[in-house]
Write a protein of this length. Sequence first.
Length: 224
Amino acid sequence: MTSDVIDWDNAYRGQGVFEGPPPWNIGEPQPELAALHRAGKFRSDVLDAGCGHAELSLALAADGLTVVGIDLSPTAVAAANKAAQERNLANASFVQADITSFTGYDGRFNTVIDSTLFHSLPIEGRDGYLRSVHRAAASGAAYYILVFAKGAFPAEMEPKPHEVDEAELRAAVSKYWQIDEIRSAFIHANAMAIPDAPFEMPSHGTDEKGRMKFPAFLLSAHKA
Ligand SMILES: C[S@@+](CC[C@H](N)C(=O)[O-])C[C@H]1O[C@@H](n2cnc3c(N)ncnc32)[C@H](O)[C@@H]1O
């Protein structure tokens, strides 16, 4: 499915709108998801949907979980596979595929994690995505989505991620999954340099590492 947000592979090749590495490449898992991992919420096998450079998957694999990451960008998938090899993580594998229509993993995963993928998909891709990951999940599997909340980006920014409000997120996900909780959360990202941008980024505050903290939702659900 063609993206209406950004050319993802270009961004990873340093040829996109950003100067330098993409702002979501923070060199570690998103803190909200790292906290869930520390709390023991993730069970093997894990699907990292839209894994990118896959610091989340790599951290889980280093702790012994078997992880599969799927991403549209061949550049990101190659980087993730290289990192797994360098870190001797034979239990982590990464595959290039479109998450809105992938097949071949029916009933396999006990955990599905979406670390900032949901808002990266075209709105018309959401249903295929939710259906595909539901099919790939085992009965009772847990599902987590970390997604930008409305207002994260300036109204004039175009294109921008498809931020959600709580009702919209609930309506989309509940078609396939049993929702347990939707709560406010943060997405951490490096400062964005978009040359000649005709808008100001809102100041949402920063974390202890100086990264921007964007308003988000963390959704927890399970497969009945
Ligand atoms: C904002 S990045 C997040 C990457 C990673 N999960 C993280 O937390 O750093 C969104 C990712 O979704 C991937 N993506 C976008 N559309 C996709 C699709 N249709 N199928 C698979 N991956 C997709 C992009 O290539 C990108 O790596």
